[in-house]
Every structure is written in C-alpha cells, then in structure tokens.
Design a protein around this ligand. Sequence first.
Ligand SMILES: Nc1ncnc2c1ncn2[C@@H]1O[C@H](COP(=O)(O)OP(=O)(O)O)[C@@H](O)[C@H]1O
Ligand SMILES: [Mg+2]
Length: 378
Amino acid sequence: MSNPFYLQEVPVDAPFCNREKELKELQSYAEGGANVVLFSPRRYGKTSLVKRIQKKLADKGAVTIFADFFSVASVDDVAMRLAKAVFAVTHSKDPLWKKALKTIRSFRPVLKPDLGGGISLSVEPSSAGRSGLILLEETMDSVADFINTIHCSVHIALDEFQEIVILKESLQVEAAMRTRVQQKQASYFFIGSRRRILLGIFNERQRPFFQSAINYPLKTLPVDELVEFIAEQFTKNKRKCNQDIARQLVSLVGCHPYYSQKVAFFVYELSGKVTVEAIRQGIEKLILSEKPVFEATLQPLSPHQRLLLQALAKEPTQKLLASDYIRNHRLGSVGGVQHSARLVADLDLIEKDEETGSWRVVDPVFAMWLRKQTEERV
Ligand SMILES: Nc1ncnc2c1ncn2[C@@H]1O[C@H](COP(=O)(O)OP(=O)(O)O)[C@@H](O)[C@H]1O
Ligand SMILES: [Mg+2]
C-alpha cells in the first residue's frame, strides 16, 4: 500500500476533503460569468480548488485558462504569463490551437522536448520593440480576440494576483486589466494568499478594480469532515486509525488543509497504527521539514518585526498596543508596534481574528516553530 497523503499538490483526481459547498458555489459563479476574489492564508487549498472547478468547467466544454503570477518580475512578465496560459491550454487541441496562434499576436509559442520525454512550452515576444503596458494591453486584447473567435465559455484564473502590486506601474496595470475584464467575455477568478494586499485592489474606492468582483474567503476545513477524511485515508490504506486519534491529529494543526495532509503523511510512514506517539513524532517531522520555509520567511524581516512575531506566537492578544503587552514582550514604542504590525500583516504573517478580535500568527506551525526557538529541551 502506498502512502495516500500528499506532500505536493493534490492531483485533481486524488481524494479531496469536503469543499462541496465551495465547489458548487464557485462553479455557479464561473458559469454565470461572475468575477470572484478567492482569498485565504497560503496552503488552504485555493489553487487545488480552482483546478478542480476548472476541470469541471472544461468537462462541460469551457476553455479554462490558468495563469500564476507568483513572483512576477515585470509588466512584460505578466503579459508573457497570460499568453503562455492561453497557448498551454490550447496546445494539441485543434482547432483551438490554430485560433490561438492567429489571435495572440504579441507572443509566439516555443515548443521544445523536455528531459522527461514530454514537451515544454514557453513564449517569446513576436516583435522585439514592444514592451511594458503596451505589450500587456496588446496581449489582453489578443486574449479578447481569441475568446471572441472560439464561441465557447471561458474561465480565467489568475493565481497569486496580488503580486502585481510590487510592479512600479501597478496602478496602470490594474487599470489596463480592469478595462478588459469589464468587457465580460469571461469569468475571472483572482486568487491570492496575501489577503490585505489582494483585498486592497478590490475594496479600495480609488482603485480601478473597486467592487468589481465577489469577495470569497476560503476557511480551514470543517473539523468533522477533516477527521473523517484523515481516518478514512488511513483505514482504506491498511492503517488503524479511529476518529478520536484523527481528531487529535487535525486539532494540533488547527484543521489546516496542507499541514493535516503532511502530518498524516509522516505518521503513515512511521507506524502501522496511528498512535499519540506517532502523531507527536509526525508533528516534529513536520516542523523540521518546514524549517527552511520559516527561516526564509524571517530572513527579510527587521529585528523588531521578528520580535513582534515571537510575541504573538507566545501570546495572541486583543490589545496589541496595550502598554502591559508592549512592556512584557519588550516591544519598545506604540508607534514601532503599529509600524511593524502593518508590514507583517501585509505579508499575511499575522492577522486579527474576526470573531475574537485577537491578533495572532496566521500559520499555526510557524507559530509552533517560533515558540520552539525560545525554548530549549533540557
Ligand atoms: N480539500 C482538501 N482536501 C485534502 N487536501 C487538501 C485540501 N485542500 C488543500 N489540501 C492540501 O493542501 C495543499 C495546499 O493546497 P493549495 O491548493 O496549494 O493551497 P493554496 O493555493 O491555498 O496555497 C494541497 O496540496 C493538499 O495537500
Ligand atoms: Mg496556491
């Protein structure tokens, strides 16, 4: 029996926990031609969910374009990723491919054999002269022409969309994209993990995208469904796991979709039966495996921002600016805390819980790791 849990992206046909309501609602928004902003902390399952929705839409005949803007480096890069996404989805699907070749004027596809025996696709600009906003506008207009010629419904997912704000021309990029999105030829999903930045694009009055899409938050997985899912994957794959022990596992990682899968993966590798001790070891392995990510997260932060993270990992608080809290955690001045909190919240590392009003570290395993930094086992 092979391990049923995933460390990497879950394929669209792999077991998936719940999200039935979200799948249904989001699919109906897409089919209705609506635009949606889908947001949550990282690794809650946004990308996996959208890929599943796009699969369902594609099965019903829609063309589904998926572009990832993660660490986008320039306006040309935004344009390139859009064009590449169109070529990627139409590749080897005549007559769509021919229509893409004809209508996407700003870039041409480059196909090469890759090391794995498949074919890799990249794009290069058709004319060396054009760049920046003109190139992006031309590409978006090309995509519009493509959509007009194919006569089927189109869904466009732009993952990690908030990354465009780091470009110095970001407001013009937003304006150029908004004008074209407004033409309503396709349903757009704007997806992102840095929630304050992403929501700023859509909910600030002076921004081009103001109120142009439905805000759709994605939460952690519901506890009962997740417990059942984890227990079922273990038992189906010849490991004893009762509901109580599965509940312990998921509650330790706050029903986090990715961490639940990952701890379960380690536990599966460790023993024939899921025990408290195996879960403890699984969590240790999880923290160890995430260490490079956490170190890289801390690396660009100032000492004061790190201090603030450590304070919130140890003691979430409703009163971040209270003098007691600042004194107890040696955080300096109110102004300093305000400044650091804003920057760290923009990175989506801390958040104010809507229900309790309490400030906390967003990622539960990052918080565990931060707490461990200040403790030593003796
Ligand atoms: N509903 C789910 N059922 C099972 N595993 C899930 C589910 N949602 C997310 N995951 C796990 O979390 C991982 C991260 O999901 P991903 O879609 O990349 O998150 P995001 O795009 O929000 O960062 C997936 O690879 C998978 O292991
Ligand atoms: Mg994602």
